[in-house]
Each structure stands twice: as C-alpha cells, then as structure tokens.
Design a protein around this ligand. Sequence first.
Ligand code: HEM
Ligand code: HEM
Length: 271
Amino acid sequence: MDLSQNSCGMGMRPREAGMDGAPSPASPAGLSAYVVVSQLLGLTLLVTTGAWLGRYRGGVAWHSPLQFNVHPLCMVLGMVFLQGDALLVYRVFRHEAKRSTKVLHALLHGLALLIALVGIVAVFEFHQSKGIPDMYSLHSWCGMAAFVLYLLQWLLGCGFFLLPGASFSLRGRYKPQHVFFGLALFALSIAVCLLGITEMLLFNIRDSYSHFVSEGVLANTLGVLLVAFGLVVGYVLTRDDWKRPPLAEELALSMDFKTLTEGESPGGGSQ
Ligand code: HEM
Ligand code: HEM
C-alpha cells in the first residue's frame, strides 16, 4: 500500500508495477487522506467508548455486575470499527492480488462477527442473571436483525467468493447484492449503536441527562463519532474513481471469459 503518492487512479487502469522491486503503484491522494481520517475517527471512537465505560460505568468484567459493559465495547469494536475496516480493504490494498484481498476482507469480517458474538452473549447472560426480559426494545430487535443478517452475509460471501463451487457468472450476479446489503448492514449497525447509546443513557442518567452532565455529553460525542466514521467509510466506498483497478492478469482473464461467453462478463476483473 502506498498512501503518499498522487495519481488519478481512474477507471480500469491496470496495475503499473509489480511487487518485484519496481516502484509501488500510487493510490489517489484524496483516497489516502480519507483512509487516514477514517482510522483516526475509528481509534477515537474506541477510546471514547473505553473512557465512557471506564470513567462513568465502572469498567468491564465478565461474571459481575460489570458484564453488561462488555456489550457496548464489543459491539462498537466488532460491528462498527472492524466491519468498517473490512470494507475498506479493497480500496487500501488496491494493487494487491484479488485473492489475498478477499481473504483479508473475509477474515476481518469473521473477527468482527466473533467479537460481536461475545458482546451479544454478554448482554443475554447479564439479562438472565438479573431476571430482565429479553428482546423487548427497538434496539434489541434491530440489533438482532443486524447481527443475524451480518452472519448470513458472511456465510454467503464465503460460499460465493471463497469456495471454489460458484461459477464466474453466478459470482457476477451475486456481487451487486453483496455490495448493496453489505453497505446497508454497516449503516444499520451504526444506527443500532445510536439506539443503544440513547437507551443506556436513559437507563443510567435519566434525571440529569437534560442538564448537559459530562457523561451525557461524552456518550453523545461517541454517537457523533460513529456517524462521522460511517460517513467517511461510506464516501470512500461509493467514489467510483477510487474503486480497485483490475490487475493486468485479471483484465486478461476477464477478456478470455468475455470471448468464451460472447459478451457476458461480470465486470471489475476477476471476482
Ligand atoms: C450493532 C451493535 C449492537 C447490536 C447488534 C446490539 C444488539 C443487542 C441485542 C440483541 C440486545 C438484546 C439483549 C437481550 O434482550 O437480552 C441488546 C441489548 C442492549 N444493548 Fe445493544 N447492541 C449493539 C450495540 C449497543 C451499544 C453501542 C450500546 C450502548 C452503548 C448498546 C446498549 C444496549 C442496552 C442498554 C441493552 C439492554 C436493553 C435492551 O435489551 O434493549 N447496544 N443489544
Ligand atoms: C458480513 C460480512 C461481509 C460484508 C458486510 C461484506 C460487505 C461488502 C461490501 C460493502 C463490499 C463492497 C466493497 C467495495 O466496494 O470495495 C464487498 C465486496 C466484496 N466482498 Fe464482501 N462482505 C462480507 C463478507 C465477505 C466474504 C466472507 C467474502 C468472501 C471472500 C466477501 C467477498 C467480497 C468480494 C469478492 C467483493 C467484491 C470486491 C470487488 O470486486 O470490488 N465478502 N463486501
């Protein structure tokens, strides 16, 4: 990855240089700046979550009254920060081989899923130990939907793009759905976190929230940071001229496929 050089990075431009000692290919300068900002925002939102839970909510521990706090920490880390970074890999590692980028994308989503699972188990166990009913709130309904659909998206992603069974054209037909629902799930995850933050503030500081107490301001700031992270990642992913240019060998493969099938190509190089 090269985040320092300037180039236009437009359209179907094949890779300019290999990894064999030749100068590394350039990334568009604007892309590099946006990626850096996204990572700064991501780290700030993790620190803000830690500061909120550590300073105002007593910290984090399993099998204790603090077990609930594992939930927001894991959900912000998994469903937002790691999910966001998994989405960015096709832009950041834009000149690496497609297969390695795909594996990294799948691994980061897998790690995000595992961490989110720990967060979900934490809140269910906590509710059970306190005798609190499950799944009564809008946050829990949308949260459960986001988690289950995220798991489904991951399984479908592995099935279509990683395992050898799916044909080239089947992958091409599934890809737009994968991209749309992936972006939608990322947006839903952030919305679910906002609902969770509001709910937690109303449980804990209902009487003082309207007096701008510092806990309320800090948690609201976390919400704004989550929105900002989502907007920056969303912008990077939807800029057409920042899309990953297919490598020369992927273009050749795509042309062979086009010739073989008389016109039907999934586009964007190998899937
Ligand atoms: C995408 C991220 C998130 C998902 C998928 C999610 C999912 C869930 C689910 C399924 C429950 C229901 C547990 C049960 O009924 O036993 C729940 C509860 C809860 N969550 Fe989250 N959550 C997320 C993020 C957050 C965040 C960031 C916070 C707070 C900062 C939060 C605060 C709460 C609270 C206070 C509850 C207990 C009340 C309730 O059941 O609504 N959640 N969450
Ligand atoms: C829950 C998990 C997943 C989510 C939310 C997700 C989401 C996304 C999104 C939003 C994109 C578009 C990114 C871009 O425009 O650069 C994308 C692309 C892609 N994803 Fe996933 N994905 C998930 C899991 C997987 C898995 C497990 C694989 C298996 C390898 C996979 C393979 C791909 C491929 C091949 C692309 C197309 C890249 C391209 O040609 O531009 N995804 N994914």
